[in-house]
Design a binder for this molecule. Sequence first.
Ligand code: IMP
Ligand code: MG
Length: 192
Amino acid sequence: MTAESMKQTGVTEFTNPNLSVLYSAEEIRSRIAELGEQITSDYQGHDLVVVGVLKGSCVFMADLMRAIDLPMTIDFMAVSSYKDGTVSTGDVEILKDLSNPIRGKDVLVVEDIVDTGLTLTRLLEILGSRGAASIRLASFLDKPEPRINKELKVDYTGFVIPNEFVVGYGLDAAGRYRNLPFIGVVKNPAEA
Ligand code: IMP
Ligand code: MG
């Protein structure tokens, strides 16, 4: 739906009938509280560096970090995956690197979704060569079906989802829908 046709019908971005809600804002809130408690307990006595992978993780990161009751600093990376058509090739280009070294630090990488896992595999290799004390991965969503790297371990997962293209809560379709407070499935991508 275009902004113009939405204005005419009274439909808004959040009530767009082309979206079906998979996880509501309320369900997300309570799951993140659980994740935060788990992480807080696992890292007792440690300082954390929470590293968000831009742009998709921004909403999850903002909520998750406020659910973790530990001393922490945050940092961001931005990577672009080289895709051959729609298939990830596993090569990543670093568009924005960390602002600070992670040598000796306990690092929690925060992602929006793990799909084939190729982007994160490469990213974790890159970070793994920098001498961190530990590196773990938190992904809001895990879509195991298309996974190519079956070895990739997701330490903290919000929700395991079926093999569908989802949007909202930071995740986009062609740049749109990151601001939805829920996770939705686009029913008809041609009408998006
Ligand atoms: P992969 O794990 O290397 O295949 O790439 C994961 C990246 O693809 C994620 O960080 C997202 O940016 C994007 N992605 C994968 N599945 C979805 C989806 O269902 N909705 C939106 N973005 C997705
Ligand atoms: Mg991403």
